[in-house]
Design a protein around this ligand. Structure first.
Ligand code: FEO
Length: 399
């Protein structure tokens, strides 16, 4: 049975939630599910904006059929070719031979790459500034390369002020019937997942997100309709401001992330002692065990806070494996403007701190605190002063 929500009188959400996906993109857990959004405009012409993941194809096809109400589907607009939005496209086009695809050249190429099909004969190519006239609604196309793939474009309905923003302003987390952000407690229930979604999925491409934000400033946006997560019809500026901070690698808050990789608990013990000293100084900390918490959570926290301490055992003469994976992931996500400090442990050769620093040195505008805590197997009584000193150095850098 169909399951839809009206966005406006003539625009309908025809997407669906997926609660059974274990790992989005094969790497990110989605414990609260995810929504795949698709929108259908019923105007003089009909237009479907993107499709959905194959996991929810059955209800999606019913949603489209019900919302069309027997009308033909004139256009399928494709903003983004990643399969979570395109894997039902071929079936939809088979069911609707009358439909013309609206997309850009890169998207058409990717259709061929993914599906081995040349659909150029039923495609109208568009580019920045082109307009699709549906009657009352007119969609203007805006290129948004690398938000999140190179082919991405967004579209703006100049009639009602709706921005169809593709992956931008999306979030992990199913909608559960609440299609608008103001129907949810977004800050409490979704913001952390929105941050984890943005930082891990699009975080590397801050400059390109900034370019889209600049283009958005010129539009009179009344509603933002992403491909995942809720539609924004009020209080959007606060979320947009988060995007501005994340994409410029500006910390949202002053505070210290402490990420530790500990084999027998001694490095963990040192990390916890440092966290105690920092909290006594009134400095907020958030502590992660890299062997327990996924890198995506720690990356999200690293985009949120200003300072990061990495504490790692030395392993096979290098950095402990879960810490090394985290650091490579952080570097791949292009984190910038952060202050780093290190703690290292080793029973016969503690060498991880310098290796961790070397991995992070390419990141722009990094500050490294020189106080490095070195443990020989475990922290000794006499080293409490060193922890105090590192806490003081972090405090001084926060000032
Ligand atoms: Fe939701 Fe980049 O796909």
């Amino acid at each position: 049975m169909y399951c839809t929500r009206k966005i406006t009188d003539d625009i309908t959400w025809v997407g669906s939630d997926d609660h059974r996906l274990a790992m989005f993109e094969g790497v990110y857990s989605v414990p609260h599910g995810i929504s795949y959004n698709s929108y259908l405009i019923n105007d003089e012409k009909t237009a479907l904006l993107d499709t959905v993941d194959k996991a929810v194809s059955e209800v999606f096809m019913q949603n489209v059929g019900h919302t069309l109400g027997g009308r033909e589907l004139d256009y399928l607009v494709i903003h983004h070719m990643e399969p979570d939005h395109s894997s039902t496209m071929i079936q939809l086009l088979k069911d609707h031979p009358e439909t013309t695809i609206i997309c850009n050249k890169k998207i058409l190429e990717m259709i061929g790459q993914f599906f081995g099909a040349d659909l150029s004969a039923r495609t109208t190519l568009v580019n920045e500034g082109d307009v699709l006239d549906l009657g009352k609604h007119k969609l203007t196309f805006v290129n948004a390369p690398f938000v999140h793939w190179p082919e991405v474009m967004v579209s703006f309905d100049t009639t009602d002020g709706l921005l169809f923003s593709a992956d931008a302003f999306g979030t992990f987390g199913a909608l559960n019937g609440a299609i608008f952000a103001d129907e949810l407690d977004f800050d409490l229930e979704y913001m952390a997942e929105a941050r984890r979604y943005y930082t891990n999925i699009v975080g590397k491409y801050g400059m390109q997100v900034q370019a889209l934000l600049k283009k958005m400033d010129k539009l009179d946006i009344k509603m933002t309709c992403p491909l995942h997560g809720p539609v924004w019809r009020r209080d959007f500026d606060k979320f947009k401001d988060k995007y501005s901070k994340w994409s410029s690698y500006t910390p949202e808050e002053t505070g210290v992330v402490i990420a530790y990789a500990s084999i027998y608990g001694n490095t963990e013990n040192a990390a916890n002692i440092l966290a105690c000293r920092l909290n006594e100084m009134g400095i907020h900390t958030t502590v992660f065990d890299t062997s327990v918490t996924s890198a995506s959570e720690i990356i999200a926290a690293s985009f949120r806070y200003s300072h990061i301490v990495f504490a790692s055992s030395t392993y096979n003469g290098g950095i402990f494996v879960t810490m090394e994976n985290l650091l490579h992931d952080l570097v791949a996500h292009n984190l910038q403007n952060r202050t780093f400090a290190f703690m290292q442990n080793g029973t016969w050769a503690a060498t991880s701190a310098n290796q961790m620093r070397k991995l992070l040195e390419p990141l722009k505008n990094s500050v490294f605190i020189d106080n490095v805590i070195t443990m020989k197997s475990a922290l000794k009584d006499g080293q409490m002063a060193e922890i105090e000193s590192l806490a003081e150095a972090l405090k001084a850098s926060i000032k």
